[in-house]
Ligand binder design. Structure first.
Ligand code: F6R
Length: 610
């Protein structure tokens, strides 16, 4: 949520900042701004709207500077407008700050600053922080220490970058709860809230940890804790390159990421299948296998799409490993009083690894002594680093705001965790082997479904004007119904609800008429006939029906208005296939409505605030 980028070196920072902001725009896109240092002064340019609008505005200014910081915003405090956009500055305009996160005690700090004579021009918590730093700068006359002292007064979360026109040799950065990474170049350095913004320039990075602060010069950086302890930071190599974060021939990242799934799913299990033993090898869980498989209970916490993956995992683990599973919204878990013991294992699933609620829930579970595991996509993310053990899903960078390939990769990793535990409990080697063999076939089956893209696009045109949708599925496919509905809501702004199919008659059936399409997920499983009865009930009320059914199902075509066929697979892997047409359906409906699917309104990719 919100993106920060900064540059210090020998080149003009402006094109680097603008390009970096564009790569971060998926994190927030309601306003943007940059602040550069030139001629011993700070020049700030801000603009409501997209980064391209800021770019147009800057082009007219004809300015340049080898030092600058920039920001793309997703509003928390104050409406998205030019005044509230970052950077924010002190009264002299020499001190310039960009900030991700929320300063929770900003109201109290603001009153104190007002008493000292400070005046405020914006509604933001960030302006309070820059003016708080200003008070210490007046006392310390040293930017690094002033930022450090100010941060000791702050409650909340921040990833910040600060410059001062009086110290034009450095950018000071700090992190707590919001990511901040330093990119190491050759006589130039970069800072960003996400490696995507700097991967075009360097693959050598340093991740700041919570409570750390660094001064970044053009040829070095110096890091400390905000309590003034010296620290050594390790330089790490980023494992992907610029190709992975480009759209290539695709019109949208979302479509590219949907189409990538045969490969991303394969990457999630590559090198992790132990065919002979009928088990899985997950390096990140090494040494924890016994504790996990002997857990009294497994609790899985996540938000949004990752929460849907958690619901699928509940079916997987209970069916095969026979350990009771509870799935919780991270936002709820963190604020109730969960009963946890050291015999419990808590799994936290997050694509970004930065979701504030999931991170806070993880810290709470850790505090209470449960074993804490992370299932993340972004390497080096906060949740990955905070967990005791964990597994990366290796889906590759996901840029489209609507999560697609991360979901399928999460399902793969959760299945591998299930097999690992189940083989240590009741699962036979044959059953383990059968599951692995089938998993190996899944990328090919996904590719088969993707070949129906044109057909799904055609079907989607019939639903562009729908106002409401119902998604219905049972068992493993109930969470897929929720996920299909979420995808549609997010990017097409059509109201959609997911339900277990059998729940329909307990209320939602009242909504059915010929304007209310229903999507039924009806693979050939033990409840197939029951779902068919639900289809009949909708038909009897003139509802339009789209079914996601197995290729072997020749009865379905005569029952429904539209059918999309998927290959057969084991129940545990059905969600990996049934979700694909639903992703494409949502995509084509949104594109058909002329909407920006990669940057849907009001959303941001990485939700780093509560
Ligand atoms: C939906 C979506 C969100 C995220 C949620 C959790 O398409 O992208 O619902 O799934 O914000 O994000 P992560 O997985 O990064 O914790």
């Amino acid at each position: 949520m919100c993106g920060i980028v900064g540059y210090i070196g020998h080149r003009n920072s402006i094109p680097i900042l603008i390009e970096g902001l564009k790569r971060l725009e998926y994190r927030g896109y309601d306003s943007a701004g940059l602040g550069i240092i030139r001629e011993n002064a700070c020049t700030v340019i801000k603009q409501e709207g997209k980064v391209s609008q800021l770019e147009d505005k800057i082009e007219k200014e004809k300015i340049s500077s080898p030092l600058g910081i920039a920001h793309t915003r997703w509003a928390t405090h104050g409406v998205p407008n030019e005044i509230n956009a970052h950077p924010h500055v002190n009264s002299s305009g020499k001190l310039c700050l960009v900030h991700n996160g929320i300063i929770e005690n900003y109201a109290v700090l603001k009153i104190g600053l007002q008493k000292q004579g400070y005046e405020f021009y914006s509604e933001t918590d960030t302006e309070v922080l820059v003016k708080l730093i200003d008070t210490f700068l007046k006392m310390k006359n040293n930017l690094f220490d002033a930022v450090r002292f100010a941060l000791n007064k702050v409650e909340g979360t921040y990833g910040i970058a600060v410059t001062s026109a009086d110290e034009p040799d450095k950018i000071v950065v700090a992190k707590k709860g919001s990511p901040l990474v330093i990119g190491i170049g050759d006589d130039e350095n970069f800072i960003a809230s996400d490696v995507n913004a700097l991967i075009a320039h360097t693959s050598q990075v340093v991740y700041l940890e919570d409570g750390e602060i660094a001064a970044v010069y053009n040829n070095k950086f110096e890091a400390k804790t905000i309590e003034d302890e010296e620290i050594e930071k390790e330089i790490q190599q980023v494992a992907f390159d610029i190709e992975d974060i480009s759209k290539g021939e695709f019109p949208h990242f979302m479509l590219k990421e949907i189409m990538e799934q045969p490969g991303s799913v394969k990457n999630s299990f590559r090198g992790r299948l132990l065919f002979e033993e009928g088990s899985s090898k997950l390096g990140g869980l090494q040494g924890y296998e016994d504790r996990i498989s002997q857990s009294r209970r497994i609790i899985i916490c996540a938000c949004g799409t990752s929460w849907h993956a958690a619901l699928v995992a509940e079916y997987m683990i209970e069916q095969f490993a026979r350990i009771p599973v509870e799935v919780e919204y991270a936002s709820e878990f963190r604020y109730r009083n969960p009963v946890l013991t050291p015999e419990d294992t808590c799994i936290f699933i997050s694509q970004s690894g930065e979701t504030a609620d999931t991170l806070a829930a993880m810290k709470e579970a850790k505090r209470r002594g449960a074993l804490v595991l992370g299932v993340c996509n972004v390497v080096g993310s906060s949740i990955a680093r905070e967990s005791e053990a964990g597994v990366y899903i290796h889906a590759g960078p996901e840029i489209g705001v609507a999560s697609t390939k991360a979901f399928t990769s999460q399902l793969v990793v959760l299945a591998l965790i299930t097999v690992l535990i189940a083989r240590r409990r009741h699962m036979s080697i044959i059953d383990g082997q059968n599951i692995l063999r089938e998993l190996d076939l899944i990328p090919g089956k996904i590719a088969e479904i993707l070949q129906q893209n044109d057909k799904i696009k055609e079907i989607a045109q019939n639903f562009i004007n729908a106002k409401n949708f119902l998604y219905l599925g049972r068992g493993y496919n109930f969470p897929v119904a929720l996920e299909g509905a979420l995808k549609l809501k997010e990017i097409s702004y059509i109201h959609a609800e997911g339900y277990p199919a059998a729940e329909m008659k307990h209320g939602p059936i009242a909504l059915i008429d010929n304007n209310m399409p229903s999507v039924f997920i009806t693979p050939k499983d033990s409840v197939y006939e029951k779902v068919i009865s639900n289809i009949e009930e909708v038909k009897a009320r003139n509802g339009k029906i789209l079914a996601i059914a197995c290729t072997s199902d020749d009865k379905i075509d005569s029952l429904v208005d539209y059918a999309i066929k998927i290959p057969d697979t084991m129940r545990i892997f059905m969600p990996l296939l049934t979700v694909i047409p639903l992703q494409l359906l949502a995509y084509h409906i949104a594109v058909g409505k002329g909407l920006n699917v990669d940057q849907p309104r009001n959303l941001a990719k990485s939700v780093t605030v509560e």
